[in-house]
Design a protein around this ligand. Structure first.
Ligand SMILES: [Zn+2]
Length: 484
């Protein structure tokens, strides 16, 4: 095993004991020779894809993947560093540049739109090209999404799944066009934008024509779809779930049982499981036990869409990786990363790699830093010495293995870094230390990873540009370069 990294080298007995425990736990580690043999045997899958499943771990930068992998392994009772998340087993991958038309660091609206439309746009822009201006309605800037083109031009079915509101930036980038990600219901759509021809995001999902509308859409966001009279926020009186459910062969559902019944009946399904965002997985079992998990929603969507003779395209977003990072809640964020891995594992198990391209990537990174730690240290805890006592940093205070560059856990008003004395930093509700205070942690601008398997997956390689991922999926489906 990889022992030279052990800071306790020289303590022969300790090294021996640890090497044995690491080796015993490392059953899923990639053995270098076996990995080479697999790579040598690999043949590029050049046939068209019947189906495309795009997973976006929102805010899932490389350091988040590494920390999630370690936590997943440790929770499974084995070595974390050598563990494999579901997408770690995919044969192809590379790095993706994420900058926006106007920023070194992207937000989720541009990041997702670049992948779903092939056009890099401004931060805050959804399904619009790079000439759009934030908040200025100009429908001439709209560019079709992969899902819209696959449905209209190829007759494929479309699914969208997220733990955020379905009107939130990432899922909306699959079906909507808006120069402002904030136009989620009629309440936030300015009158001038309405007059110029723009439509709120919730309406775009439900009121889309038959040849563009998703066949299954699962997530949060009920308040953006319902009028004030029934507890929503809409002031135009439209009850969008009622409109959806009134169509023949369509169903509106609000819990796991309703979802499973509607999928079993082969309906078009709108599932809205929370007023805004669905709860984080660390909270869901108590806060909303009737709400499906990301894996359950993914399974439901694939089983509904698998019956489609022309195939399907599906977007699955793990939204709380990002939202928990913003709040400095690292345990909650990494738990969402594990949920994403479970959803990817389900997709791998439920699909045929000869006909389904599965792509896993992120819209942008977050400033999570892995500062150190022994192989056996709890990744959510402090860097510890051989005695199990915290090893002090040069400022004389214990240092967590994971900290943020910016965030709500940063020092305020000239305070120094807290000593963390008497605090269980591993607790799910503990706000993690950050270098610089910010009420919401900032996104990070370095490249993000992409992983792929299935038809055209071999094209996911090297240093890529975010809109290139659209081209890979477009080619996999054999859509022409331009929409007719
Ligand atoms: Zn974010």
């Amino acid at each position: 095993m990889i022992l030279p990294i052990l800071p306790r080298a020289g303590l022969a007995a300790g090294v021996l004991a640890l090497s044995i425990s690491v080796a015993a736990g490392a059953v899923q580690a990639k053995e270098p020779q076996a990995a080479l043999a697999a790579a040598l045997a690999r043949q590029p899958a050049t046939a068209p894809a019947k189906n495309v499943i795009l997973f976006i771990g929102d805010g899932m930068g490389v350091s988040t993947v590494t920390a999630t992998r370690i936590l997943a392994g440790q929770r499974a009772g084995v070595d974390g560093a050598s563990y494999d998340l579901a997408f770690d087993t995919m044969p192809y991958g590379g790095l993706v540049r994420t900058y926006s038309a106007d920023g070194l660091v992207t937000d989720s609206a541009n990041g997702a739109s670049a992948i779903t439309t092939g056009y890099r746009t401004i931060n805050g822009g959804l399904g619009v090209d790079g000439g759009a201006r934030r908040g200025v309605c100009d429908p001439a800037r709209n560019v079709p999404t992969l899902a819209q083109r696959a449905k209209r031009e190829l007759g494929k079915a479309v699914g969208v799944v997220s733990t955020a509101s379905l009107t939130d930036a990432t899922p909306a980038a699959f079906y909507a066009h808006s120069p402002d990600r904030g136009w989620e219901s009629d309440v936030s759509l300015p009158a001038a934008a309405r007059e110029a021809g723009c439509v709120d995001i919730a309406s775009q999902l439900v009121l889309a024509p038959d040849d563009l509308r998703p066949d299954i859409a699962l997530g949060g966001g009920l308040s953006f779809f319902r009028p004030e009279a029934v507890g929503g926020q809409r002031k135009d009186g439209q009850d969008l779930p009622e409109i959806w459910g009134a169509r023949a062969d369509a169903a509106f559902v609000t819990d796991r049982d309703g979802l499973n019944a509607a999928v079993a009946a082969g309906r078009d399904v709108l599932g809205l499981f929370a007023a805004v965002h669905m709860p984080r997985e660390v909270d869901r079992p108590t806060a909303a036990p009737q709400a499906p998990t990301l894996e359950e929603m993914t399974r439901a969507a694939i089983s509904r869409l698998a019956a489609e003779p022309q195939g399907y395209v599906l977007l699955v977003e793990a939204a709380h990786i990002d939202k928990a990072h913003h709040a400095g809640l690292v345990a909650a964020s990494l738990t969402e990363g594990i949920e994403l891995s479970k959803a990817v594992a389900a997709a791998i198990a439920l699909t045929d790699p000869a006909e389904t391209l599965i792509l896993v990537t992120a819209d942008h990174s977050h400033g999570l830093v892995i500062n150190g730690g022994d192989r056996g240290d709890d990744v959510l805890g402090l860097i510890e010495g051989p005695t199990g006592a915290p090893r002090l940093a040069a400022d004389g205070k214990p240092l967590p293995i994971l900290t943020y560059a910016t965030g709500p856990g940063g020092p305020r008003n000239g305070e120094g870094r807290p000593t963390l004395e008497g605090i269980d930093v591993t607790a799910a509700d503990q706000v993690r230390q950050a270098g610089v205070y910010s009420p919401s942690a900032a996104h990070a601008g370095e490249d993000v990873p992409a992983y792929a398997q299935g038809p055209a997956a071999y094209l996911v390689t090297g240093s890529m540009d975010q809109p290139y991922l659209f081209q890979v999926m477009r080619h996999a489906l054999r859509l022409p370069v331009e929409a007719p």
